[in-house]
Write a protein that binds this ligand. Sequence first.
Ligand SMILES: [Fe+2]
Length: 191
Amino acid sequence: MITSKEIESIFAVQLGKIKDDELRSQVVKIWVAGCERGGWDSIDELKKIPFTLLTDTKGVSFIEHTIAVTEGALALAQAQIEAYKKMPYRFDLDRLAAGGLLHDVGKLMEIERDGKGGYHKSHSGKCARHPISGALLAAESGADEELLNTIICHAKEGDGRPQVPETVLIHQADFATFDPLVMLSKGLLIE
Ligand SMILES: [Fe+2]
């Protein structure tokens, strides 16, 4: 079983950016629940999960992706906070860090080992994509509706839908890590 302490250690820096103690433990609790539900028993296994099944990830892991998206979204908020004389809207940085860490938590249920050394979409993943399964899991742990919006609407499910400002940044940070890999695999990334 993957423990709270292990989750706290892999995401130590990003969890440290969540000021609210209750929200920080909620994020850890949701991750532990996701690992259990997805059948991931050890931190070594967890670290090997690829970040997506949709393109060649070139070795980028799900954990690395989660960290990059969380840090990227926080940096996008910081850039606006520092550059604008007056912010036209408000970023909740606690929600942004929590949403970054949780946006893909449903992949713990969506992805499974294929028994041949690789990974494929699980039965659960066929029934519900990770934004939906992740939000259901987070809701079970008492996540509020705005935090759920960051999970539900971070991918195509959010296209054209109302979003909290944190969702907008998580979406952009997410695709900033996804698009170059897709372009690389299609020969469209100029190097
Ligand atoms: Fe993602």
